[in-house]
Design a protein around this ligand. Sequence first.
Ligand code: GAP
Length: 536
Amino acid sequence: MMPMEKLVALCKRRGFLFQSSEIYGGLQGFWDYGPLGVELKRNVKAAWWHDMVGGHNELVTPPGAPSTYEMTGLDCTIIMHPQVWKCSGHYDLFHDHMVDCRETRKRYRFDQVRGRWVEAKDQKIFVTTTVEADEEQADVQRRALKFFKLRPKDAESLKYDGDFTTLDSVQEQEKVLGPDAKELGTLTEPREFNLMFKTTIGALGGEADAAFLRPETAQGIFVNFKNVLDSSRMRLPMGIAQIGKSFRNEITPRNFTFRSREFEQMEIEFFCHPDESHKWYSYWRDRRLQWYKDMGLSSDRLIMREHAASELAHYSVGTADIEYAFPFMAEGEYGELEGVAHRGDFDLRSHMEGKLDPKTKPMEVEKNEHGQPKHRGSGKDLSYRDDLTGEKYIPHVVEPSAGADRATLAFLCQAFNEDEQPDENGKMQTRTVLKFHPRLAPIKAAVFPLVKKDGMPEKAKEIYGMLKEKMSTFYDEKAAVGRRYRRQDEAGTPFCITVDGDSLKEDTVTIRDRDSLKQWRVATKDLVAELTERLS
Ligand code: GAP
């Protein structure tokens, strides 16, 4: 795969992604989608919504599903009642551990600080780093040489003891060299840091008016579960989907959009009978993995990873991650695209009763300043009564939770290709091409007059107008046609339509396929039908 820098440069140059507030120096962890990026991400979200919600046929049992089921959608607010986050567990449990460096005033995520013991000049120190795994050894060596005041040619005099480990294995903190420090022992003990962004409602701004930007879209679905049931008269099993912004004050946003502070999620909360929940969990894991493959991610870069018990989130009784081998990860490592979690009845029960899963501390014992339970639930009955069997129960939930930005980044990484093609003079040139699935491509077709004369632009503009009604289309008459093809290859446009002399005589055009580079003629009247078929 390509080096990540090439993709990042292409994204900026062609208008897929820009750093937020760039003219003021940028804001870490925030990204803007440019003209091509916004179309790509909209297509990712539209494909997800169509395949999971709009296009779902509730009368037919899909392959691998235990039964038929219904799907519907919601669009909830970003700021919700603060009690939502107390009962969901985010107020108390949604945190990362961080360490500060007293020397440099920098802050790090505890689990991202790794290091090795290095010995020289009769002194043994633990040199830490936060750089990517494939560069960590080089970084540790460079910093150890500097610390011991050795020259690069003396690298062989450094002795290493043990492999890379995180800081929890190190007892002697006074021997630790922080990731950017010059002196030893400058890192603090790890501390908890809540990842929710805090804000204030109204003008008074006291602690009683504090609120949070949602760190996940899921809770909006749980607190509306009864509203959806009552208003739609839907029956279980059924899923409620939502796409929307979420916010997390990540300590170390990194890897382009992979870990951002503002991002979009595409989440489904799937409500079912507790006895059926494990079958639904398996169904959603397989279904979601297949979706990424159908959208073009290669099977050999995708894995499904079942979480170990120690890794499970506070609510989860089982989670599998769908992971992708992003090019910025070290060889053999994968990054999470989506989590599919079996959440049991944790959320509905918490919003009813204000209790947490028995595995974690019970929340209702904490009291506020008036002596009332701090984490009381809504007191509303969020159970479900099956009108056919009369059975009443609290549904179990399976949650496929995807990131729209991570999926978009994975599709960009997968699409990026370079090949050698002859230019107009027959000289071999490197062609950069984004081979998006046609459903995801930001522009579906580009229309070119071969030359800017003899009535060709007029005919091409007419065809452009006809196509634009049906699909995202681009018109270009600038520069040699070969260069125009290459610009569209970089944008990932599946089809280029050229109007030439014969087009005027016979009312035909040439279609050129982005991936095979094959060209063929069709009658102008058949163009929309031909492209529509190929794009689907
Ligand atoms: N409701 C469950 C939930 O939010 P999660 O694993 O924390 O679970 C789900 O998040 C997905 O949201 C992740 O798989 C990832 O795709 C996306 N996501 C989470 N944090 C993100 C971040 N800081 N930047 C970009 N995407 C993120």
